[in-house]
Design a protein around this ligand. Structure first.
Ligand SMILES: Cc1ncc(COP(=O)(O)O)c(C=O)c1O
Length: 419
């Protein structure tokens, strides 16, 4: 008998510095402090951008709804699972996004699968930014269309791909804010290219909604775009809104098509109604308390100012996601461990989540942080990275990555695979 392939795979991951390990969280102390593996750490890597995940008003809405309706929804939306709370949340999301309708999905991953598989199939073309979230990439691969990726945040590259598309519909999928880089997709130029080629544009704004734009309506509002420039918007609740679940928003017919055709909508149990009730509370708080997103963005700007002055290798990002680029996986894990020794939790992000050579600390900011928290983090980073930043700095040109271009299958070696 040869070596056990499972053990070999695990050993290879360990020796490459790519082994993943879960931490056990016991609960929140105060603000962004969490008890993790028995230690109190200041968390700088969650997606709780508005500091709502522990908000007592949201917890109370959840508890009240659970007491009234029970916990489980009991069935899928198309059987008996579609509760009044779900329906009301869909209407509020439609109003929030300025679109005729919204449809709840159990997770963002499932929303992206459901949208892509309803809007494209065999004979069609799916075009994606090469740094899209794994759920969008998987959706594009699973829907059975011809799949290709274009250079990151490059509307010219998208235009050329659209020109080269043969017969069939074209569906373009992109993150609004790239989850591991924090940069924005050039949405106005992408929407222009899609309009010229009669392609449908879908934007997953998981990291923009609630955070960007004058009223927190996300990347489209940030760019001053109208709803009709983007056929469908996907959003998640597990990030800025501090709860769980997701939605897609679009016109009447597109949403009806999702209800009829999205397998990840049809064949799954509806979210607990109490999650919908909690999310309604979160949506209302996020709109009523703009100071939350202002504070988060101010923290990110302060961090950039201090970190760049200290020579830390940051990416280009105007959002609360601020990557510190370290290059090799071991450099990122060592920095993450050294930060934990100093009381900070910042997870190391390594391939296949990001392309080879771009391992990083993905630092994120929250309204739950204080200015002093931000300053202390920069001091700790400077101490840890002094002298190593140059050695480990990642390649910065997009074209440097081996991942550009068309990948034929989900198992394409090294395809970035974003969490
Ligand atoms: C851009 C993006 N889309 C979708 C998802 C998936 O959302 P969910 O966690 O609700 O499955 C994530 C992260 O989780 C994400 O970063």
């Amino acid at each position: 008998m040869g070596p056990d392939p499972v053990a070999t795979t695990l050993a290879a991951l360990r020796s490459a510095g790519l082994y993943r390990r879960r931490r056990v969280v016991d609960g929140r102390a105060t603000g962004a402090l969490q008890v993790v593996d028995g230690r109190e750490l200041l968390v700088f890597c969650s997606n709780d951008y508005l500091g709502l995940a522990q908000d007592p008003r949201i917890a109370e809405a959840f508890a009240r709804a659970a007491a009234n309706y029970g916990v489980g929804s009991g069935a899928s939306h198309l059987v008996t699972g579609h509760h009044r709370e779900h329906h009301a949340l869909e209407e509020e999301l439609a109003a929030f996004t300025g679109r005729p309708r919204a449809l709840l999905f159990s997770t963002g991953y499932m929303a992206n699968l459901g949208v892509a598989c309803a809007l494209a199939g065999r004979g069609d073309n799916v075009l994606e930014d090469r740094l899209n979230h794994a759920s969008l990439l998987d959706a594009g691969l699973l829907c059975g269309a011809r799949f290709s990726r274009f250079a990151h945040a490059d509307a010219g590259a998208l235009r050329r791909r659209l020109e080269a598309c043969g017969e069939g519909r074209a569906l373009v999928l992109t993150d609004g804010v790239f989850s591991m880089d924090g940069g924005l997709a050039p949405l106005p130029a992408m929407a222009g290219a899609c309009a010229r080629h009669r392609a449908r544009l879908v934007v997953d704004d998981a990291h923009g909604l609630g955070v960007l734009g004058a009223s927190g309506r996300g990347s489209l509002e940030h760019f001053g775009m109208s709803a009709d420039q983007v056929a469908m918007l996907v959003g998640t609740f597990g990030k800025a809104f501090g709860t769980f679940g997701a939605f897609a928003a679009g016109d009447e017919d597109l949403i009806e098509l999702l209800i009829q055709r999205s397998r990840s909508y049809i064949y799954t149990t509806a979210l607990p109604p109490a999650v919908a009730a909690a999310t309604r509370a979160a949506l209302s708080i996020a709109q009523a308390e703009p100071w939350r997103r202002e504070r988060t963005l101010a923290h990110a700007a302060r961090f950039r100012r201090l970190a760049l002055r200290a020579g830390l290798p940051l990416g280009e990002s105007p959002t609360p996601i601020q990557p510190v680029l370290l290059g090799q996986p071991h450099a990122a894990t060592a920095a993450s461990e050294a930060l934990a020794e100093r009381g900070f939790l910042v997870a190391a992000i390594r391939p296949p989540t990001v392309p080879a050579g771009t391992s990083r600390l993905r630092v994120t900011f929250s309204a739950a942080h204080t200015e002093q928290d931000v300053e202390r983090l920069v001091e700790a980073l400077v101490e840890i990275l002094a002298g190593t930043a140059q050695r480990h700095q990642a390649p910065r040109r997009e074209g440097d990555s081996p991942h550009a271009g068309t990948v034929p299958a989900a198992s394409a070696p090294g395809a970035p695979d974003r969490p």
